[in-house]
Design a protein around this ligand. Structure first.
Ligand SMILES: CC/C=C\C=C\CC(=O)SCCNC(=O)CCNC(=O)[C@H](O)C(C)(C)COP(=O)(O)OP(=O)(O)OC[C@H]1O[C@@H](n2cnc3c(N)ncnc32)[C@H](O)[C@@H]1OP(=O)(O)O
Length: 719
């Protein structure tokens, strides 16, 4: 777990050896402690260098160990012994020095970093704080404002920035380890007291209180209900106002609170869920580690609406040449201007030059004959999409992959009109496509493993979190969204207001409640879909009772809002009112209040007081209930995939872990009992009926979410 060698006759070289990231697991901590003891007691050794194997210094604590009781030596005394040692210790930082890895570097007397190395204290993103002295040492080394920013955001910084901030002593393009050995030799005999960061006095700004207050306001606004950034601020305050030993005590108390809060578990679950999602598997046995993706050098995007434009930008900025296609000259020109503007702004923000030379714009599908992959992003109209796919089938060379950005239509029906159904898959981006991280890769029953591997790998290349899903209406994300939205509108019928429902969801942790979010997205989109599915519009059977459709409860209020031309922010009116079209400041609208009152009295609905608890339970338990059905149907491989989709595509609060993790924390038995209760109260809402999988899991003793897969593996998989 750590190799010990003597180099240059007098330097002890300690190499952490715990692939893939040299995390500080119990055996590694033990090996560091033993190696340091050996180095400090060996008279031949005059200096020590600590580095990591395979060009990675250290990725921090072994996060998997957080799930159980601490085993092996605690990290803090191991680090304290390094700092207190009487021989100079140099950290040779290559790859990453993160979390506990960065804290390890901070107790070394000198730090040499490779120019490509990245450093940071990302603990806050795991729901904790740097609790091996990081929150106390970093402010002493670089001052309060800079330390506060790094600790509360968890941002990774480059070696150059670390040098500028005074975190590292030298940056090199050469072998950092060899440089560190040379540096160590030169440091022998120099006094070490000023190199022990814990002994430094924190440079304390005169406006400390104002600074910390501003930081508190900022994190409260950015991460509603999240405890870790607030604890980080308190720890930094301790670094500014207390002696080191007392600050360490405070750091430890804050860490204990965070660890017991449940939020840390949720964040850490998210970390692993994101990595698990990349490990897709198909019923054929093909999976992420036995299927080779094709390299995509050129692509085409059909349709330059909001989605198409974002997809073009996502492709071009990772160096893929793109042909963008529109059906009319005016739309093409408009799309071209928008894409160029977006790419230029993006490049400016990243400090690189815009890859405009990779773009081509055309009105003709004939120009696509040589591209490696096509992403169709035309209107959500099956007939139109089928025509496009038929045409592509004729035009493109037989090996071109044909993908669709449909948000819920049948991918296999599109594959069926082509001469290469095995090369067809869904690539469902989320709006705005160049910003949102999620990509649902939709595996049709005929999609080949190479096609899926290529779509997943292309997603990764574009910086997306790609999740493989099955081909069913709405796939995973939008399929679950429907019952969630339904519950919100049923609650309106029963007596709630949009602002009450939004507040309950925002207090839960969503940045925006469902109605505020719908106003932002535009209400007309859903209205068009409902019209096309025969739920509303002139074709609706007049004999249909107004609050029932297709045999189930239906709430026509969203249609009534749209009929008034209220499409959300863009029209200045929606569920809320805005000062003018395009404004974002949502204000309660008395006209909506009137509409709800008139509606209720028309249907003889006696409004009742609805608690926040009911809002949360009905909206979120029904969401997870559909998630269970998706798992039963084999449309998602595991609960982690569903949670990742909701975290990255629907801004589900990370400190709740995602809908499936959330219900596991509430307790499946309780969720089952509440769904049964609500279903009894609303028997005409089939989505409230507890799913078979939920019942099965409760009957099996409510295993933790990571084990659910064992209970669904006998069920049919579409993945
Ligand atoms: C008293 C308390 C004392 C000390 C407390 C210390 C707090 C900490 O140190 S918390 C940990 C802080 N560190 C991090 O948050 C880093 C997390 N890791 C990453 O950000 C990335 O993995 C990376 C190091 C930047 C490398 O990225 P990449 O090359 O893209 O690889 P990945 O796919 O992310 O990871 C590969 C593989 O390693 C696993 N892994 C990564 N880091 C850790 C870790 N710290 N602990 C355990 N496992 C880790 C990751 O899960 C992947 O494994 P899979 O099996 O594929 O899941």
């Amino acid at each position: 777990m750590a190799r010990y060698e003597l180099v240059k006759r007098s330097v002890a070289l300690i190499t952490l050896t715990n692939p893939p990231v040299n995390a500080l697991s119990s055996p590694v901590r033990h090996a560091i402690a033993k190696s340091m003891e050996r180095a400090l007691s060996d008279p031949k050794v005059t200096a020590v260098v600590i580095c990591g194997e395979n060009g990675r210094f250290c990725g921090g604590a072994d996060i998997r160990e957080f799930a159980g009781p601490l085993r092996g030596p605690p990290l803090i005394p191991v680090l304290d012994a390094i700092e207190a040692g009487r021989k100079p210790v140099v950290a040779a930082i290559e790859g990453v020095a993160l979390g506990g890895g960065f804290e390890l570097a901070l107790v070394c007397h000198y730090r040499i970093a490779h120019s490509k190395a990245r450093l940071g204290l990302p603990e806050v993103t795991l729901g904790i704080l740097p609790a091996a002295g990081g929150s106390q040492r970093l402010p002493r080394l670089i001052g309060i404002p800079a330390a506060l920013e790094l600790i509360t955001t968890g941002r990774h910084i480059s070696a150059q920035e670390a040098l500028k901030l005074g975190i590292v002593d030298q940056v090199t393009d050469q072998n950092a380890c060899e440089m560190a050995v040379e540096f160590a030799l030169k440091s022998v005999g120099k006094p070490l007291s000023s190199r022990r960061v814990s002994m430094l006095t924190t440079p304390c700004p005169p406006d400390l209180d104002a600074l910390l207050e501003a930081a508190t306001m900022q994190v409260k606004k950015k991460a509603r209900g999240v405890m870790a950034p607030l604890a980080c601020i308190q720890a930094v305050r301790a670094a500014a106002t207390m002696p080191f030993s007392k600050g360490m005590k405070r750091e430890s108390e804050l860490m204990t609170t965070l660890f017991n809060s449940g939020q840390a578990q949720a964040f850490q679950y998210c970390f692993f869920a994101q990595r698990t999602a990349g490990k897709w598997t198909l019923p054929s046995g093909a999976q992420w580690n036995n299927s080779k993706p094709r390299e995509i050098r050129s692509a085409a995007v059909i349709g330059l609406g909001t989605m198409g434009r974002g997809i073009v930008v996502s492709l071009a900025r990772v160096g893929i040449s793109v042909i963008a296609v529109e059906s009319e000259k005016k739309l093409l020109e408009n799309g071209r201007q928008m894409v160029i503007g977006m790419l230029e702004r993006d490049a400016k923000r990243r400090g690189v030059s815009a890859s405009l030379n990779l773009l081509n714009f055309t009105l003709s599908l004939q120009d696509l004959k040589d591209v490696d992959l096509v992403i169709e992003a035309v209107f959500e109209d099956m007939a139109l999409k089928k025509r496009v796919f038929q045409e592509l089938s004729k035009v493109c060379r037989p090996t071109t992959l044909l993908c669709t950005n449909t948000s819920g239509l049948d991918v296999d029906a599109l594959a069926g009109v082509t001469n290469r159904p095995h090369l067809v898959a869904g690539m469902h981006f989320f709006s705005p496509a160049h910003v949102m991280k999620l990509l649902e890769v939709v595996c049709g029953p005929r999609s080949s493993s190479e096609t899926i591997a290529t779509a997943m790998s292309l997603g990764k290349k574009m910086g997306k979190v790609s999740v493989a899903v099955g081909n069913c209406p709405g796939f995973v994300g939008n399929r679950m969204l429907k019952p969630y939205l339904d519950q919100a509108t049923f609650l309106l019928e029963e007596g709630a207001t949009p602002e009450q429902i939004d507040k309950a969801l925002e207090d839960f942790g969503f940045a925006m409640g469902v109605f505020r979010m719908s106003d932002l997205a535009g209400l007309d989109v859903g209205w068009r879909v409902r019209k096309e599915s025969g739920l509303t519009g002139p074709d609706v059977d007049s004999k249909n009772p107004p609050r029932r459709r297709q045999g189930h409860r239906y709430c026509p209020i969203p249609d009534m809002v749209c009929e008034q031309g209220r499409f959300g922010q863009k029209t200045g009116r929606g569920w809320y009112m805005y000062d003018k079209p395009g404004d974002t400041n949502a204000k309660p609208d008395p006209l909506i209040q009137n509409l709800l009152e008139t509606y209720r009295s028309r249907y003889g609905i006696q409004p009742r007081n609805i608690s926040d608890q009911e809002i949360i339970e009905r909206c979120l338990f029904v969401l997870a209930n559909e998630g269970f059905r998706i798992l039963e149907d084999g449309m998602a491989a595991r609960p982690e995939d569903i949670d990742v989709i909701y975290l990255f595509g629907y801004a589900f609060p990370r400190h709740r872990g995602g809908p499936m993790f959330y219900v596991s924390m509430v307790g499946l038995e309780r969720v089952l009992e509440r769904l049964e209760y609500y279903h009894q109260a609303h028997p005409d809402v089939p989505h409230l009926e507890p799913s078979a999988l939920l019942k099965k899991l409760v009957a099996c003793g409510s295993p933790p979410v990571q084990k659910w897969r064992e209970y669904i593996k006998t069920m049919h998989s579409h993945l």
